[in-house]
Design a protein around this ligand. Structure first.
Ligand SMILES: Nc1nc2c(ncn2[C@@H]2O[C@H](COP(=O)(O)OP(=O)(O)O)[C@@H](O)[C@H]2O)c(=O)[nH]1
Ligand SMILES: [Mg+2]
Length: 425
């Protein structure tokens, strides 16, 4: 609960910092997305902050360390809410997410140690955002691409039990059986990973566009890493900034991120390498893998065909296609992201080399010939998983110490340097 006096102080003339200090005392100390009482706190504070969201975010970021994570998350929510409050036309947001082995995270925390109760929580998050404007409507679309634990059916049952009318579940198997165009050359759900689910969900959603509304199609992850109230932040550049795709980003100066260090260095190596294969395409983009993006439905419909990728590199293919269709159409949006480490499939699968190999294929399909990029493509194609592990354990200092925001242009580590590391370890 945000105590009343703080709410009132925010609307009085008290200096923002004094109010923030008071709120700091009331904020949860170890903020956890999966705790319902913490979610209530950030949502209520988000409403209180939405009186003057910009000034509050600035005050918080000026002294980042002084304020708890919950207040930083609340500031993002406040900005997002303000955008929805100011909508001038009806907007429908469809949020697609993939469910693969989500049978634990779907449970309540009291029923399983990895439980996040993510479906009820996502519904509550979107309801919270929708309470800001009658012009805003939403739906959640979960996609199961053959989960061996039956995640899709679990979700369907829960949505039914709870009476969630704007939650749908799709099964990729149906798209393959019916030979829907989005299934492309897929013969079985075994050939699909996250991308297969997301692109099917987005495509299916685009078939249902309602003419009297602006329609935006977003995707997120099943877990609670991103509070979906932040969808308002993604809508802003699409509705008010002339952009077509909004990318939640964890690598901007005003992003708020809780992520373990090892994933960070591996992430830097990954970014450095994909950049080398496709630069100058996507030159302004650093965080392609953030599972929180939104597309104008029109744009999504135009690019969701003839796709190469059904794995974890699908974001890059969609962004490449969107950018090739319309230059400068991508907007980076700093968001709050709190990693859900438990049950992470990308940690278990370690799909980074597979993704880099897919991106090598994208270089061939979408980009003009370029010798520097081709040297990296050849290097990536020569690697096996052992090589990749060695590289991850020995990331060159020039990459590990750098800020990936400069990887668009920084290219000092060559394929030969990387080969030398492999030879010497
Ligand atoms: N369809 C499908 N979805 C997957 C697969 N692996 C992960 N996902 C989904 O991708 C999203 C992100 O996965 P997560 O385990 O949170 O990975 P992390 O955030 O990178 O650690 C979640 O919605 C998962 O259900 C897969 O093999 N197939
Ligand atoms: Mg996750």
């Amino acid at each position: 609960m945000v105590p009343q006096p703080y709410k009132k102080a925010l609307t009085d003339d008290s200096p923002i910092q004094a109010v923030l200090d008071q709120l700091q005392a009331a904020a949860p100390k170890n903020f956890l997305s999966a705790k319902p009482e913490h979610q209530s706190f950030v949502e209520e504070t988000g409403v209180a902050f939405s009186e003057e969201p910009e000034a509050i975010e600035k005050a918080l970021l000026n002294e980042r360390e002084r304020y708890s994570l919950a207040l930083h998350v609340a500031a993002k929510l406040a900005k997002a809410r303000d955008i929805v409050t100011k909508l001038r036309q009806p907007v429908k947001l469809s949020v697609v997410f993939a469910v693969y082995k989500e049978h634990h995270r779907i449970l309540k925390p009291e029923h399983h140690e990895s439980g996040e109760d993510f479906l009820r929580r996502k519904v509550a998050q979107l309801d919270w955002l929708a309470s800001a404007s009658p012009l805003f409507s939403w739906e959640l679309v979960a996609v199961d691409d053959g989960c061996p634990e039956g995640s899709g059916h679990l979700l369907e049952q829960l949505a039914k039990d709870e009476g969630f009318e704007n939650v749908r579940v799709l099964f990729l198997e149906h798209a393959i059986k019916e030979k829907l165009p989005i299934a492309g050359s897929l013969r079985s759900t075994d050939e699909s990973r996250k991308g297969g689910s997301i692109v099917y969900g987005m495509w299916e959603t685009c078939q249902r566009v309602e003419a009297d509304k602006e329609h935006v199609v977003a995707f997120t992850d099943a877990d609670l890493s991103t509070h979906l109230g932040q969808s308002g932040l993604l809508l802003d550049p699409l509705l008010n900034g002339g952009k077509e795709v909004a990318l939640g980003s964890r690598r901007e100066t005003t992003s708020v991120v809780v992520k373990k260090g090892t994933r960070n260095v591996r992430g830097k190596l990954f970014i450095y390498l994909w950049k080398r294969m496709i630069s100058p395409a996507l030159i302004e983009i650093t965080d392609t893998q953030c599972g929180f993006k939104a597309f104008r439905a029109e744009t999504a419909r135009a690019i969701l065909h003839d796709l190469l990728e059904r794995g974890f590199a699908f974001d890059i293919e969609l962004l490449l296609k969107a950018e090739q269709r319309s230059a400068n159409c991508l907007a980076r949006v700093p968001i709050a992201w709190i990693d859900s480490e438990a049950e992470s499939t990308t940690t278990a699968l370690n799909p980074y080399l597979t993704m880099l190999k897919s991106i090598a294929g994208m270089n061939r399909k979408y980009l003009p010939s370029n010798l520097e990029a081709e040297a990296f493509v050849a290097f990536i194609e020569s690697l096996d998983e052992n090589h990749w592990s060695l590289l991850v354990e020995n990331v060159p200092e020039a990459i590990a110490a750098a800020d990936p925001l400069c990887f668009g242009r920084f290219d000092e580590v060559t394929p030969d340097d990387l080969r030398t590391i492999l030879k010497n370890t």
